[in-house]
Design a protein around this ligand. Structure first.
Ligand code: NAP
Ligand code: MG
Length: 403
């Protein structure tokens, strides 16, 4: 191509760790820079740099997303005791994703990337099911108590002005267990707004489910807040976009999802999202074909792959052994971010290029050229398993054919 596509506003680029860092560089060199005058503001979230900067680099990156609106992030190591030793860290730094999510107050949406030659385990599923998981409260911020013997458990709330409300939870006549959990209207509201906003963005129906028949105050509040925000802020926009907001009970939702064709955004409470996102990801085939986007209620977007840094492959790579690591989810993080940048800045060429690149990637797999992880799932008979770099080169071939 003679002229590279110009960008106006930079993308916030967050580099990462291990095998995905290797892939990151390859994607930029092979598939992006030759065609786009790639403008990014670069933040190195690799563990070494996070340690050097006392994790300030992660905070700076999150603030940059607030400034520019769109970011793309490589997978990063969340340190544990082993990593502290391996990298000789000053501290066991927190998960960068957690830090960024807290600063942007965002909701994470996960969606499978679908190719014709890999069939979901659920036969009826034809379109992606996007899962949104509420990332605050409930059982993840609970207080638990092991009841040692007979006694009375009470739920006590003391208001700021000192008024007390008291309810009996249970009169124990022997041992048992107790748990207290909470959520806040503020967090539920921003979760709801993020879900409605993303459903509109993707032009898909929004499903939400709780157990409000049993949990008449706790879960019912979630239901009411969603309904109120829908009616006051989104109903007209949904009708104009010809999409629906659908509320049902969680058990009914599970049954309907399995029988559906897919193609909806499923908003889940924290625990439901934990369980259902793994179920949906597995049923669609592979974690390496799953994208993830963090959307804030103000409409900031951060794109990434759902998988980690693929450590085992990286150690092979370091030893000079050949790897066959799937770069699709990382590539789609880039194309997602470029499309969004193009949409916001009115650069049609950028949106088109990103779509073309996505099609070339999917065509590569459907034509039987794939990485090892996909070979086990693909129904194609004549398969060619390629290494990490050759896979990207095969995508490049098909991209150039299409231009
Ligand atoms: P992982 O990187 O997702 O990899 C787990 C296994 O899944 C791999 O060993 C590999 O299986 C397979 N796999 C995942 N992605 C693949 C790909 N693109 N291509 C081919 N195979 C793929 O999870 P992990 O090994 O448990 O975690 C490694 C590091 O990633 C950890 O330090 C963790 O903190 C971090 N992590 C980061 C994020 C994030 O930044 N969003 C998310 C999760 C984990 P085989 O080895 O069998 O081939
Ligand atoms: Mg889980």
């Amino acid at each position: 191509m003679a002229n590279k596509i110009e960008m106006k506003v930079p993308l916030v680029e967050m580099d990462g760790d291990e095998m995905t860092r290797v892939i990151w560089g390859m994607i930029k060199d092979l598939l992006l820079k030759p065609y786009i005058d790639l403008k990014t503001e670069y933040y190195d979230l690799g563990l070494k740099k996070r340690d050097e900067t006392e994790d300030q680099v992660t905070v700076d990156a999150a603030n940059a997303i607030k400034k520019y609106g769109v970011g793309v992030k490589c997978a990063t190591i969340t340190p544990n005791a082993d990593r502290v030793k391996e990298y000789n860290l000053k501290k066991m730094w927190k998960s960068p994703n957690g830090t960024i999510r807290a600063i942007l107050d965002g909701t994470v949406f996960r969606a499978p990337i679908i190719v014709n030659s890999i069939k979901p385990f659920v036969k009826t599923w034809k379109k992606p099911i996007i899962i949104a998981r509420h990332a605050y409260g409930d059982v993840y911020k609970n207080v638990e108590f092991r009841v040692g013997g007979p006694g009375k458990a009470e739920l006590v709330f003391t208001s700021e002005s000192g008024e007390e409300t008291r309810q009996t939870i249970h009169e124990f006549d022997g041992k048992g267990v107790l748990m207290g959990m909470h959520n806040t209207d503020k967090s539920i509201r921003s979760f709801a707004r993020a879900c409605f906003t993303y459903a509109l963005d993707q032009k898909v129906d929004l499903w939400f489910a709780t157990k409000d028949t049993i949990s008449k105050t706790y879960d019912h509040t979630f239901k009411d807040i969603f309904q109120e925000i829908y009616e006051n802020e989104f109903k007209e926009k949904f009708e104009a976009a010809n999409i629906e907001y659908f509320y049902t009970l969680i058990d009914d939702a599970v049954a309907r999802i399995i029988r559906s064709e897919g193609g909806m955004l499923w908003a889940c409470k924290n625990y439901d999202g934990d369980v259902m996102s793994d179920m949906v990801a597995t049923a669609f085939g592979s974690l390496a074909m799953m994208t993830s986007v963090l959307v804030s209620p103000e409409g900031y977007y951060e794109y990434e792959a759902a998988h980690g840094t693929v450590q085992r492959h990286y150690y092979k790579h370091l030893k000079g052994e050949e790897t066959s690591t799937n770069s699709i989810a990382t590539l789609f993080a880039w194309t997602g971010a470029l499309k969004k940048r193009g949409e916001i800045d009115g650069i049609n060429e950028l949106v088109e290029f990103a779509s073309r690149l996505e099609s070339a990637a999917l065509r590569t797999i459907d034509e039987g050229v794939m990485t090892k992880d996909l070979a086990q799932l693909s129904e194609i008979e004549d398969k060619r398993i390629v290494n990490t770099e050759d896979f990207l080169k095969e995508i490049k071939l098909r991209l150039e054919e299409s231009m």
